[in-house]
Design a protein around this ligand. Structure first.
Ligand SMILES: *Cc1c(COP(=O)(O)O)cnc(C)c1O
Length: 372
């Protein structure tokens, strides 16, 4: 009897390991903590040294590869993944285009550590990528929806225009995950993500990955990791693998909570402005609906003042005040505290997996309090 192929990436990922198991092997991947591997004679064993490979990385990369439908290289953080792409795809004299309103550390990395090597950075708001003008860039880096402003840009149009101009397109897909948006399907050459966020999902690990359908790019990035040594710890990789098994469920719950909450928050008098790609009135809505599978779990809320924003965050029983996002618990922070170019009362709310009714009453009660 031949088994029918599994249609969904989530289903294929959940059963990828079982298809290869011999009788008596553990269903969950074993945690292999190893720097040394038994290696007599010629050094041609599957695993040779802990900086080169680890069975847990492979297992986690295979799971991500199924979700991304692309070869995937795992890194110990989102920034390590971004740094790996920059170092392997840029050389002296090259120019890179970065979002001025995206994740700020990416800009810091380029300005502080690429510039001294003669690599120039140009910054542009995510929304302005629509105007094209990619001549002279080696790399066009996009982030959509952007963190924290949640502006959306057209991945397919940008990737096509960048390609015509001779540039490679990299898409930071951290805010969406492969369940919410598929940059490689839309023509991006490379997708990167901080798996620290929703893929890890339990606020206990940092991790990142680079995915690409171009074997030469993947090989470069893999070589970079082996040689530069920015390698994930086996235990953290193991935890990410475990988290990936529930990502689809968690992401679904987070998005549907956010979709139901957004109109309620938008209608509250404490809220001056709201950004959520899933709201029909949002400037990103039309494009988001076309390009994204789901509108995501991040909501941008602007309050009249810093004090009101802090009152909302601190006064809500179901908001964890913390930086980062994508955890099972709802969390929020005022992004201006890190210097992002947003109003002082701007809050990035990461909607979690709490039961919707609990979340609704806690958030609305905190908004009522904030206006008083
Ligand atoms: C968090 C984040 C990163 C960096 O991830 P780390 O795991 O913290 O290094 C990169 N890009 C975006 C969009 C992020 O939100």
């Amino acid at each position: 009897m031949t088994k029918k192929p599994i249609a969904s990436p989530a289903g294929r990922m959940l059963h990828a390991r079982s298809a290869m198991l011999a009788r008596g092997e553990p269903v969950a991947p074993p945690l292999v903590m190893a720097s040394m591997f038994h290696l007599p004679g010629a050094p041609d064993a599957v695993h040779q040294y802990g900086r080169m490979s680890n069975p847990v990385w492979q297992e986690t990369e295979e799971a991500l590869a199924i979700l991304e439908d692309a070869e995937t290289v795992l890194f110990p953080s989102g920034m390590a993944a971004i740094a790996a792409v920059f170092h392997t795809h840029l050389k002296s004299g090259d120019r890179v285009l970065l979002p001025s309103d995206g994740y700020y550390v990416t800009r810091v990395l380029a300005e502080r550590f690429l510039k001294p090597f003669g690599i120039e950075t140009e910054l542009r708001p995510v929304a302005a990528y629509a105007n094209g003008g990619f001549n002279g860039f080696a790399l066009v880096h996009i982030e959509t929806p952007s963190n924290p402003g949640l502006d959306v840009c057209d991945i397919a149009a940008i990737a096509a225009a960048a390609k015509a101009a001779g540039a490679a397109t990299v898409c930071d897909n951290t805010t969406m995950t492969p369940y919410g948006q598929r940059p490689l399907d839309l023509g991006a050459d490379i997708a990167i993500a901080a798996d620290t966020k929703a893929p890890g999902g339990h606020s206990d690990i940092l991790m990142g990955h680079v995915s690409t359908r171009d074997p030469a790019r993947a090989a470069l990035v893999r070589d970079w990791r082996r040689i530069a040594g920015a390698i994930p710890g086996p235990f953290e990789a193991w935890l990410l693998h475990r988290s990936l098994m529930t990502l689809e469920m968690r992401f679904d719950r987070m998005c549907s909570n956010a979709q139901k909450l957004a109109p309620l928050l938008a209608g509250h008098s404490a809220v001056d402005a709201i950004r959520y790609p899933g709201l029909p009135g949002d400037p990103s809505h039309t494009l988001a609906a076309r390009q994204m599978q789901r509108p995501g779990f991040l909501i941008g809320l602007t309050f009249a003042s810093e004090a009101m924003a802090e009152k909302f965050i601190d006064g809500c029983a179901l908001i964890q005040p913390a930086t980062s996002f994508g955890g099972v618990h709802t969390s929020a922070e005022r992004r201006a505290r890190w210097g992002d170019a947003v109003p002082p009362g701007f809050v990035r709310l990461s909607v979690g997996c709490e039961p919707f009714e609990d979340l609704k009453s806690a958030l609305l009660a905190a908004l009522d309090e904030a206006v008083e």
